[in-house]
Design a protein around this ligand. Structure first.
Ligand code: SF4
Length: 249
């Protein structure tokens, strides 16, 4: 027997009934089945335009006063929210204002101070190790190249890209965090799951002068609209360009 169709009106996020969102199917550009390559320059440009419209001022949400603090905050942000990191660093940077002060930190004390960010033992080792390298090898200045950044303990491409891009404005690559990883797949800008491969894919299809801003914008979009579970597609200005399997409209 055929099931009776539900007739409840769709509810908005506030819980108020509202009419069903309009289908854009008729006006949708020919991405569904029509365009063979979803990474074609026209589509990529359209995505970039929409991101610029939605997030013209997207930037890194980790609070920092200089490149060094951004290194530390980015190390702390692994598996942790930026909000939590900012809460911890507000007092941390008063006690440890520069690389030298972290070099002489008591590891057991530092572990407790950064404990709320998780993985505090490893993060303590990375923070003290990176600070030591910055002081000893780079005269207290955070280096400005990817190769040099990667010599710092606890610093991999993601952290290096965050710091070079945000603190120095150097487009060394594309930051691929969990949001960029998810959204690049939903938007079919990559077929890969591995962040390193995703970064390579994105670097090939994005203009270099967009690398830094694109990462910030995608992270903002991933936090505010294209969230992991139940993306808010009804509110998404990329909806007509998107054919993600888990779209909610
Ligand atoms: S339409 Fe939905 S799945 Fe696609 S980018 Fe927007 S929020 Fe994400």
């Amino acid at each position: 027997m055929q099931k009776k169709e539900k007739t409840h009106p769709q509810k908005s996020r506030m819980g108020h009934p509202q009419s069903k969102p309009k289908s854009h199917a008729k006006n949708r550009p020919s991405v569904r089945g029509g365009t063979p390559d979803p990474t074609n320059p026209k589509r990529v440009a359209a995505i970039l335009e929409k991101l610029d419209e939605a997030y013209p001022a997207a930037t890194c949400e980790l609070k920092h006063a200089n490149a060094f603090q951004l290194v530390i905050s980015t190390i702390l942000s692994a598996q942790c929210t930026d909000v939590r990191v900012n809460q911890v660093t507000e007092t941390l940077y008063k006690k440890y204002p520069d690389a030298k002060s972290f070099v002489y930190a008591n590891p057991a004390e530092l572990e407790q101070e950064i404990r709320p960010t998780g993985f505090f033992r490893n993060k303590t080792k990375s923070i003290i190790g990176a600070s030591k390298a910055i002081v000893e090898k780079f005269a207290g200045e955070v280096p400005r190249t990817m190769d040099e950044m990667l010599t710092l303990p606890g610093v991999a491409r993601k952290t290096a890209n965050v710091v070079l891009g945000t603190a120095y404005g150097i487009a060394s690559g594309v930051v691929v965090d969990t949001h960029v990883q998810r959204l690049a797949n939903r938007l079919e800008l990559t077929k890969n799951e591995d962040p390193k491969k995703i970064e390579q894919d994105l670097m090939k299809i994005l203009p270099q002068d967009k690398w830094i801003q694109f990462s910030h914008q995608l992270i903002w979009h991933g936090r505010r609209v294209c969230v992991a579970r139940k993306p808010r597609c009804v509110e998404c200005n990329l909806e007509r360009l998107c054919r993600a399997r888990d779209k909610t409209v």
